[in-house]
Design a protein around this ligand. Structure first.
Ligand code: NAD
Length: 257
């Protein structure tokens, strides 16, 4: 489809998982895509888009680094001349500890990537998004809506991102910048069950985790990343023209129970 034709879309954390799927889906919908990630493998996402006849390039960036984020947005606008859509997808889970056993540095890093990162990216992108009457899509989590075991920093960061979404919608609505959040449930990625980077023992553990995750949702399975990506493309597009400040779960009914 041509939902994003003429649009320039910047996706953070697009080397793997949901971010990679969003970058590919945006390109398929006609967007020119800036692929960003902390890891150099982001280059492969950009190459996949170009090989399929799309337009994309890779910019390495740690979203927690204010200077690096300024550079990322400057590169985007230098290269494509505009920025229409920011997808704040980069995120980390930050391990599994009880709050009283969690290292303060571990807390700080999760908040830095998952909450400070989207703020920094929005801060740098908004002047361009205002000019473009563009949109932000924040990838939060069902864990930003409910309390989950052994995930204090993660739950706090995603809950913060959800209300940052609403807050930005309030301030930038008058300038016609829409800001929405997607809350994925259990998605089959390195973070949400694990595949690619795991050895045989890890693969077996990942399969057990996938089955446990599947049992937690009415639809009875873990989702593929593209099932989140399609909703992100919709929210980024004119088809969602009256949606802002919305928090959309893509969780197989998980939080409905
Ligand atoms: P993933 O680990 O496969 O991908 C995350 C990407 O972000 C990686 O490529 C990683 O290199 C990158 N990244 C990490 N720290 C970064 C930083 N500081 N700067 C730039 N890039 C960085 O995980 P995923 O499952 O695809 O997760 C994507 C988003 O979806 C995250 O925000 C995550 O919290 C959210 N989410 C995932 C699930 C799930 O079940 N997989 C569920 C809910 C929400």
């Amino acid at each position: 489809s041509d939902q994003l034709t003429g649009r320039v879309v910047l996706v953070t954390g697009a080397a793997s998982g949901i971010g990679r799927a969003i970058a590919l889906a945006a390109a398929q919908a006609g967007a020119r895509v800036v692929v960003s990630d902390l890891q150099p493998e982001g280059e492969q996402t950009a190459r996949a888009i170009v090989d399929a006849g799309g337009e994309a390039f890779f910019v390495p960036c740690d979203v927690a680094d204010a200077q690096a984020v300024e550079h990322l947005v400057a590169e985007t606008v230098n290269h494509f001349g505009q920025l229409d859509v920011l997808v704040n997808n980069a995120g980390i889970s930050g391990g599994a500890q009880l709050a009283h056993q969690l290292e303060v540095d571990a807390w700080d890093r999760v908040i830095a990537v998952n909450l400070r990162g989207p703020f920094l990216c929005a801060r740098a992108a908004l002047p361009h998004l205002i000019a473009a009457r563009g949109a932000i899509v924040n990838i939060a989590s069902t864990y930003g809506l409910i309390g989950a075991p052994l995930a204090a920093a993660y739950c706090a960061s995603k809950g913060g991102l959800i209300n940052l979404t609403r807050q930005l919608a309030v301030d930038y609505g008058p300038q016609q910048v829409r800001v929405n959040a997607v809350c994925p449930g259990y998605i089959d990625t390195d973070m949400g069950g694990g595949r690619a980077r795991l050895g045989p023992a890890g693969q077996a553990a990942a399969q057990t985790r996938r089955e446990a995750n599947a049992a937690r949702q009415p639809l009875g399975r873990q989702a593929q990343a593209v099932e989140v990506a399609r909703v992100v493309v919709f929210l980024a597009s004119g088809a969602a023209s009256f949606m802002t400040g919305s928090v959309v779960t893509v969780d197989g009914g998980c939080t409905a129970t």
